[in-house]
Each structure stands twice: as C-alpha cells, then as structure tokens.
Design a protein around this ligand. Sequence first.
Ligand code: ZN
Ligand code: ZN
Length: 123
Amino acid sequence: MAQRCYVPHMVKRFTKRNEGFCCLHCGGEVPAGSHGTIRNHCPSCLYSQHTDIDPGDRAATCRGLMTPVHAYYLSGTITLVHRCARCGFERENKIAQAPGVAPDDLPRVYALMRESAHTAPVR
Ligand SMILES: [Zn+2]
Ligand SMILES: [Zn+2]
C-alpha cells in the first residue's frame, strides 16, 4: 500500500509527545489527540506503531506495525488491544471518541469486538 507521506524511522528520543503521524498501514494522516490524550493509532484502520514503552514516551526502538487484535467494552469505555507484528509486544489503548479529533471508525471497532469475542484470551 502506498504511503502518502514520509514516516521517519529514526526518531530522536522524545518525552511525552503528542503529535500527528502517518499511519504505517494505510498511509493516512493520524491527527494528534486532544484533551490530554495521546493519539497512537489510526482512526480509519486502527493500526498503531510500536513507538512507546510508556504511553506517549516514544521510547521504543522497535517501530513495528501494531495490529489491532482485540477490542472490549468495560465501564463505558472501549479498549483496543494492539500486538506488535515485529516483537509481539501487546498494549491496550482506549479508543478516541471525542468529537473534533478524528474519532475512531466505530463500525470497524465494533467489527473487531465481534471478531475477537471468540478468539480473545480470558483475562
Ligand atoms: Zn491507517
Ligand atoms: Zn515491537
């Protein structure tokens, strides 16, 4: 799939960065989050990138593509689980629902919840 914009692979170590980036999977632009949320996945295809050790620190050097493998609903919040295709690291992320910050594609999130309901490990 063609990248529409350039994704730098060597990024300096930042502390708590909240900025837009280009989706590694579909090449779409991912806007920065707002209201103190750290945006780390694509609103249209839900893929993420392994860039953080702690959310927002951009300290991971792996930079693998993180596939959305599971989604679940708990206490009014939908959480996505991403797994790194390169190293297997898993991370949970709340979906972006606030208006005005390119909210996540809900039909896609619901589809993932349905698909993963049968395959998800019991937590
Ligand atoms: Zn994408
Ligand atoms: Zn990784």
